[in-house]
Design a protein around this ligand. Sequence first.
Ligand code: ATP
Length: 364
Amino acid sequence: MSDRPARNAIEVRSVSKIFGSGEARFAALDRVSVEIRENEFFTLLGPSGCGKTTLLRLIAGFDFPSEGEIFLHGEDIAPLPPFKRPVNTVFQSYALFPHMTVAENIGFGLEMLGKPRAEIEARVAQMLKLVRMEQLAGRRTSQISGGQQQRVALARALAPQPKVLLLDEPLSALDFKLRKEMQIELKRLQHETGITFIFVTHDQEEALTMSDRIAVMSAGKILQVGTPWDIYDKPAERFVADFIGETNFLTGTVDGIANGVGRARLGSGIEIPATIAEGFAPNGAATIIVRPEHARAVKSGGHLAGTVETIVYFGTDTHIHVRLDQGDVFTVRQQNSRSQSCGFEIGDRAGIEIAADGAQVLRD
Ligand code: ATP
């Protein structure tokens, strides 16, 4: 880590993108603002249709915002056509030229820029080494595997030394094992090149494991931006808590808020301390969340009570689903210890004990 304060590579300021008009008018992006820092592995995460690709296309210059501005290193990039932006894109489909060799594909962008032959050759050799494809430099891209094609697409996009690399679901065509390998490879490439990566995915696990920071998107809006830890541990709203990881939702009331912690009264009538999400405004009933690993089933006592409905064994841990007396199902995840069962059987009465800092009140 350098001591230099992080600068913004990209600033998106109140950008909207409207498609169609009249009845068919549709906001694919609705006043989106986000700052992406230099050297960051930044991920846009959200379900299909939430506007991730639209935002990438605006940054790349393939399309224009209906409103708002985009700055690259402090400069408004609106007047710049795509090929003049120091930005490159890796598409899901790779878009390689099948009749060209691996080396020719990698050098293509540099040829288009009219770079001298010697410079192109040196740069292609460097890129082949970076993505570990030296052995296959002369092979046509129609004759290499999907994972190898992915490496060539990355090398081709990195060859002109863009300041920002946009990656639109680049791993989705790969099988599970290869995808895991390429996740590590992408992290390594980002680290070694120091280029800002903006990565698009709908896979929450991929986002959590790869990113420095994540923007969670839904229906054309960015709901929350933060480190993977922030997003998982302090989701601000229901959508984020639900989309990322498993969550128990409870309703209750909250009062006595001080220093970001309040007293949450659960349906059982018991009060527990709960972290309050930024932007929470007390307004009658509140949504309280508890991650399954922040609660355990107990034989007596606890903050909630119910009956064990299912028990699912996962090797390292066991998930116990308890039907609460109020009606909802609450899931606890507890670690297994050697040669000892979880201590419950289906139909047993169980208490739910919530860890001291396990409860959180959402903004909505
Ligand atoms: P996916 O993960 O499926 O690629 P996404 O989050 O990238 O989804 P976008 O491709 O950005 O979503 O699309 C956002 C919304 O805008 C979608 O509802 C889509 O149908 C719509 N949209 C995108 N491009 C156009 C267009 N050219 N004309 C009309 N609607 C469009």
